[in-house]
Design a protein around this ligand. Structure first.
Ligand code: 13P
Length: 252
């Protein structure tokens, strides 16, 4: 059986509606031949979700959002609910990205609420975790990940989390050109899978997709994907160019 790879693009705050639609159209043609073997997802900015979904309507690749708010509706100016994401064509939602933790005061507690909102609506959460450079230097990597996972996933059953995706993104490797070595990445992915096994059971851990993120490029994806516990990638910079994103999706 094995875990189905997922190659996901996080477009962050790049590309307006027209640019996003154009790039998504190119990507849908470029990756068409791999979609029988892997899942491909792109996460444009909120305003581009619906036009992108409309553009790629006939292509079996997925759209994700970059964030979600946990309430169903209400007087929460500027926030976006799960139902709004679904009606815009989303299947996935990225939760707890380090940029949201760093710049927008996201905490493990808000991450937990957002995961609940996503699961209640049948969206697939992509939970982002990762240590900073200082935490790694101080040998805190595993304790940081422990906390992010235990608090982020508190209160959920293995059944609740059967579709959850985890993205390990060492903060020091995001947008810096520094990639974790394949051994460093594999070590952490293996640690994460073990931890999930201990707290939620090995069946869930064996099936869970754990993505690597942080300066993934066409020239390093193959060696990352060759690692036992790396099931895909969450790509920032290199996902903005359809050609380079497509090369990554053709990692085999
Ligand atoms: P880069 O690929 O630009 O390092 O970004 C990674 C990331 O943050 C994806 O969510």
């Amino acid at each position: 059986m094995g875990r189905r790879p997922l190659i996901a693009g996080n477009w962050k705050m790049y590309k307006n509606c027209q640019e996003a639609v154009e790039a998504a159209g190119e990507i849908s043609m470029l990756v068409a031949d791999v979609l029988s073997d892997i899942d491909v997802m792109i996460a444009p900015t909120f305003t581009a979700l619906a036009p992108v979904a409309e553009k790629i309507e006939d292509s079996p690749f997925f759209i994700g959002a970059q964030d979600i708010f946990w309430e169903k509706e209400g007087a929460y100016t500027g926030q976006i609910s799960a139902d709004m994401l679904i009606s815009a064509g989303c299947k996935y939602v990225i939760i707890g990205h380090s940029e949201r933790r760093q710049f927008f005061h996201e905490t493990d507690d808000t991450v937990n609420k957002k995961i609940k909102a996503a699961l209640d609506a049948d969206l697939v959460p992509v939970l982002c975790i990762g240590e900073t450079e200082q935490e790694r230097e101080n040998e805190k990597t595993f304790s940081v990940l422990d906390n992010q996972i235990k608090k982020g996933l508190e209160g959920f059953s293995p059944e609740d989390l059967k579709n959850l995706v985890i993205a390990y993104e060492p903060v020091w490797a995001i947008g810096t050109g520094k990639t974790a070595t394949t051994d460093q990445a594999q070590e952490v992915h293996n640690y994460i899978r073990d931890l999930i096994g201990k707290i939620l059971g090995t069946d869930l851990a064996d099936d869970m997709r754990i993505l690597y993120g942080g300066s993934v490029k066409p020239d390093n994806i193959s060696e990352l994907m060759a690692m036992t516990d790396i099931d895909g990638a969450l790509i920032g910079g290199a996902s903005l160019d359809p050609e380079s994103f497509s090369k990554i999706a053709h990692f085999t």
